[in-house]
Each structure stands twice: as C-alpha cells, then as structure tokens.
Ligand binder design. Structure first.
Ligand SMILES: Nc1nc2c(ncn2[C@@H]2O[C@H](COP(=O)(O)OP(=O)(O)OP(=O)(O)O)[C@@H](O)[C@H]2O)c(=O)[nH]1
Ligand SMILES: [Mg+2]
Length: 334
C-alpha cells in the first residue's frame, strides 16, 4: 500500500491531486487543515493498494454509461462525506487546535460549546493577567530546565539587568556536566564583569553560604539522565531565600511540558522563563502556559542577544506574543 499526503487551497483541489497521483482507486484516510507559509491549506492523506488488480475497462454502450454514472454518484457521496467531516463542530475551537493551541487549554474555555472570537479574546486577556503575577525575587534564583532551552543565557541576561539596577550579583554554576559549559559561562561573566563560582550540585548547600552577593543566580545542568529531577530535590535544599525558575521554550509541546511538570510539581517553582519567543510559525503552542497548575511567567526571552533580548513579562507583551500569527476569525468552514 502506498500512502501519500497532498496539500491544496481547497478540499476539491486536494482531492483532484489525490486522484491525479494515485488514481480513482485511492482511499482518503484523513483530512485536516494545516498552515503553510502563513496560509491555510487542506492536507489530505490518501492511500492506494498496489496489489489490487487493475480495474477492467468498463463495457461500452448503455451498460458502460450506467457504470460511469454510478461511479459519479459514489464520488459525489464521498465528497459530501468529506465536506461534512471538514466542518468543525466549533469552528473557532477547531481552527485554534489546528494552529497548535493545546486541546486541554481550549477545553478549559469551553471549546466544544459556544467559543467565539469575542469570548476567546476575553478569556485569553483574563488568563494572561493572572499568568503574569510573579512579583518579587528571592536572593537565590536557581534556573532549571531541559537541555538547550536557554537556561544559561537567560540567567546571564537577568544577572546583567539586576547588576545594571545597582545590585551586587554573582553567578554560581553547578553545570559541571556539559562539555564547554564552564567556558560558556566564564566568557559571559567576564564580559559583564560579574563574579562567578563553580560547584558540583551535591556541594550546593556547602558553597551557598560563601555567596554573599545581593543576588545569587544559580545555573544548573540540563535535566537529563546524568542530572535527573530527583537530584534537584536531593542537592538543592529549599530554604526561604532559594527559588526555582523553570526555563521552557515557547514552542515546546504540551505533552513534554505536562510530563516534565509531573516530575517537578513538588518543587517550589516560583516562575516560568519563556525563551525562543517569536521563533515560530504559529503562536498557538505557546498557550501551554495556561495548562492547570503551572506557575506564573516572570521573564520573556526573545532572541540570542545577551543581555538585550530579555524582558520582564507583562500582560500586554505576553498577550501580544500569544496572539501574534494566530488566526481568530470564526468563519473557517470550507
Ligand atoms: N532565538 C533564540 N535563541 C536563544 C534564546 N535563548 C537562548 N538561545 C540560544 O539557544 C542556545 C542554547 O542556550 P543556552 O543558554 O546555552 O541553553 P541551556 O539551557 O543553558 O543549555 P544546556 O546548558 O546545554 O542545557 C544558545 O545558542 C542561545 O544563544 C531565545 O530566546 N531565542
Ligand atoms: Mg547551560
């Protein structure tokens, strides 16, 4: 069996492509709307069984004509079925899900009921205002997260901001795991003229009292097999002056975040630092921030420049990112 995907502006065009490439025997397996180059397209997945015998040439004359008419009738039924399957139950909810907004967030907002543009925008604005509730800093801020999400650069960007505001800021790096980690953070500390100490995660409690700066920004190794979540619980003793900040890419999938959060939720994570904002096709996936139980958003990282591409999260800015590239028009039916 050969399975192939076809994209086109309309479902009819997509179907025509299917028939042209795979012939009349092609079976439509699924259809969905996808975004490509800023436009909505229909994507049809079709299959054809190569082992099926070649259809015999239809008989000529009256018998042949009735067979052709029967085929046309069958094709019409297929198209009607296709059209109704493409008509979403809640057009806006369906479209938002296709743009990457996690289903469980939409469900919170009544996606299957009367979700319309007005209620959606209202719910997002209200939810954003609640999401940017992070206010105060503890003295020791520990940045945690998965590999390559931007922990070190975000930490350095924040260190630069706090230092510019007149605070005495130092960095404590516990990343003794990754090759090149020491060089990376040393270079940043030197550039920004910030004091820097290194320690193994297991020595954190012992080393911390010697870090007498106004703010201690703690870099950690990526959460992985060599630095599993339980090491955070084991080595980074929680006191009133220590807070954890989870760094996550804006484009991370809801499933990955849910799995990660299951492991982390017992830790007092004070805030989320969202990185790679804007490096996306659709802002839909960013709606993961509204998944139940997640802490508020503290900072937004918008690019690679240190320290420029970093800002305190505000409801207005976050709302701007959430709605950027998001199609919230309601008339999506084909
Ligand atoms: N475009 C973009 N790039 C970013 C952003 N934040 C970090 N980066 C880049 O992502 C890469 C990884 O950043 P790091 O700060 O080293 O990430 P990390 O989480 O410390 O990585 P590990 O320590 O290896 O787990 C670097 O090339 C950064 O310049 C961001 O907000 N936008
Ligand atoms: Mg790092």
């Amino acid at each position: 069996m050969k399975v192939q995907k076809f994209r086109a502006k309309t479902s009819m065009e997509a179907l025509a492509k299917v028939k042209e490439a795979l012939g009349e025997e092609a079976v439509i397996l699924s259809t969905r709307r996808v975004r490509e180059g800023g436009k909505w397209l229909y994507e049809m997945t079709a299959a054809v069984d190569f082992d099926s015998p070649e259809p015999e040439a239809p008989p000529r004359g009256k018998e042949g004509l009735s067979l052709v008419l029967k085929e046309i009738e069958g094709l019409k039924n297929l198209l009607y079925g296709l059209q109704s399957s493409l008509r979403p139950q809640s057009p806006l909810g369906e479209s938002l899900r296709e743009q990457g907004v996690p289903s469980e967030v939409l469900k919170l907002w009544g996606e299957n009921g009367d979700l319309n543009k007005e209620t959606f925008l209202k719910k997002v604005s209200e939810a954003v205002a609640r999401k940017v509730a992070f206010q105060s800093f503890s003295r020791v801020l520990v940045f945690i997260g998965q590999a390559g999400v931007g922990k070190t650069t975000s930490l350095v960007k924040l260190a630069a901001r706090l230092s510019c505001a007149g605070n005495q800021v130092g960095i404590l790096s516990l990343d003794t795991v990754r090759v090149g980690a020491r060089e990376q953070i040393s270079r940043f500390a030197e550039l920004l003229d910030l004091p820097l100490k290194f320690a193994r995660p297991e020595d954190f409690a012992e080393v911390l009292p010697a870090c007498k700066w106004d703010f201690v920004l703690v870099d950690t190794p990526a959460l992985s097999v060599s630095f599993p979540v339980h090491h955070l619980f084991k080595f980074l003793k929680v006191t009133d002056e220590v807070s954890f900040h989870l760094v996550i890419r804006a484009t991370e999938s809801a499933l990955v975040i849910k799995t990660l959060w299951q492991k982390l939720k017992a830790l007092p994570v004070a805030s989320l630092v969202i990185t790679h904002l804007g490096s996306w096709v659709s802002s839909g996936p960013l709606f993961w921030i509204f998944m139940p139980g997640l802490p508020p958003v503290s900072f937004l990282s918008t690019g690679e420049r240190v320290p420029e591409d970093f800002e305190r999260a505000t409801p207005k800015r976050l709302l701007g990112f959430l709605l950027r590239n998001l199609d919230v028009e309601e008339n999506y039916a084909a």
